[in-house]
Design a protein around this ligand. Structure first.
Ligand SMILES: [Zn+2]
Length: 122
């Protein structure tokens, strides 16, 4: 005999831990649709840089961002990364930018190739 007691729904503790706030637009979203960004020390440049962490593996404090140029712009303008990551100097976000642009191209571009050299002649 299997007793199925479903009178107590578990809706009370629904995914409370997966929601994160985007540092760009400040809206909450599931962390699976946000990009994690951490601050890492760059030896060559001798400064902290914002580093994309799409696999959410890097240790330390993370900032969450929609991987879109719009949210990145907002975050950069407000220096939200530095604030979220608790660093004093503004962070170099070029790596995050590159990652976001790559994501965008993967979504939008599809199979399209940039054709700088016109292969179609005539
Ligand atoms: Zn956002």
């Amino acid at each position: 005999m299997v007793q199925t007691d479903r009178t107590q729904d578990v809706r009370v503790r629904r995914s409370h831990s997966t929601a994160r706030t985007c540092v760009g637009c400040r809206s909450r979203d599931d962390r699976s649709s946000l990009l994690r960004v951490v601050a890492v020390w760059n030896e060559q440049e001798h400064q902290l840089v914002a580093h994309p962490d799409p696999r959410r593996r890097l240790p330390g404090r993370g900032a969450w961002l929609h991987p879109t140029p719009e949210c990145l712009e907002l975050a950069v303008r407000r220096r939200a990364f530095a604030r979220a990551l608790r660093v004093k100097a503004p962070l170099d976000t070029s790596r995050v930018r590159a990652h976001v642009l790559e994501e965008q191209q993967a979504v939008v571009g599809g199979s399209q190739e940039p054709s700088e050299h016109a292969t179609e002649s005539g």
